[in-house]
Design a protein around this ligand. Structure first.
Ligand code: PAF
Length: 284
């Protein structure tokens, strides 16, 4: 696997692949790779002739006081893991490469309908930061497919919408959440949990499962389920931001009669902001 730091060099490699008629799959990451990333990367490798992974910790998707400065940087360990999977290229641009004109006045890409709800309400500007950097990465790598994990469901939907709205010819592929044996969704930020917090953390998934059962009964009161699950997380030691039952198609608040639901939550546990979600197909 080659590690490429420079966009012009990456484009030359990609151009050669394209001349050979090869298909390209791409997985953007911020590094500190865990088994969730590895699973995405293996899917990517299986669906195309060439696979590119990027590692770039994107400053503009972090708010003031968030963990940009302390976000775990583990490039060498990541490279070892990637070499073992057998990918073609690791693209690891530096700040100047992706933000040549600086970050303040840089062009932004915004998906207004999905960016200010749920996580966007608590992390203003976050999804604009994500959409902007993913656009830059897409134009650098020019893949046929790009793969994202469904743990970041709102992010996945922002990117799908962005690609549709901007007519970007890339197929977005979402892949199911990979969990630890006790149900905790894998995340780079799980490393912020101390031992006590780590034993509490799976309650977030248990609470989502409980909500999904409660939502799948005739005349379920979605607002009541949200409130009781929010309270349960609080009693268990979390500081929840939201616990919300949404319509899967557009992440608007679900009402009775909606059949495809996404239940999403974000909650702090110590220094870790955990997010998770579950899909529910309401029985006829
Ligand atoms: O999900 C992530 O790791 C990041 O938000 C992404 C998509 C790599 C953009 O920086």
């Amino acid at each position: 696997m080659d590690t490429i730091f420079n966009t012009a060099q990456l484009r030359k490699i990609v151009a050669q692949w394209r001349r050979n008629g090869e298909r390209i799959a791409f997985v953007p990451t911020m590094g500190n790779l865990h088994d969730g990333h590895i699973s995405l990367l293996k899917h990517a490798r299986g669906m195309a002739d060439r696979t590119v992974v990027s590692i770039f910790v994107n400053p503009i998707q972090f708010g003031k006081g968030e963990d940009y400065a302390t976000y775990p940087s583990t490039l060498e360990a990541d490279q070892d893991k990637l070499t073992r999977i057998g990918l073609d290229v690791l693209f690891a641009p530096n700040l100047k490469e992706l933000y040549p004109g600086g970050m303040e006045e840089d062009t932004r890409v915004t998906v207004p309908s999905l960016s200010n709800i749920l996580c966007g309400e608590y992390r203003p500007g976050h999804f604009t930061g994500v959409a902007t950097v993913v656009t830059k990465l897409f134009f650098s790598v020019q893949p046929d497919y790009a793969l994202f994990g469904e743990k970041d469901l709102q992010q996945l939907m922002v990117i799908r919408r962005m690609v549709d709205d901007l007519c970007i010819p890339i197929e977005i592929v979402g892949k199911p959440i990979i969990r630890e044996a006790d149900g905790l969704a894998m995340s780079s930020r799980n490393s912020y949990l101390n031992d006590d917090e780590r034993t509490i953390a799976p309650i977030i998934h248990q609470t989502l499962k409980r909500a999904s059962t409660a939502a799948n009964v005739p005349n379920a009161d979605f607002r009541e389920i949200e409130a009781s699950c929010f309270a349960r997380l609080k009693e268990s030691g979390f500081k929840p931001e939201y616990f919300s039952i949404r319509r899967s198609s557009d992440l608007m608040e679900a009402t009775l009669g909606d059949r495809e639901l996404s239940i999403l939550t974000a909650a702090w546990l110590g220094n870790a902001r955990l997010i998770d979600n579950i899909q529910v197909n309401v029985d006829e």
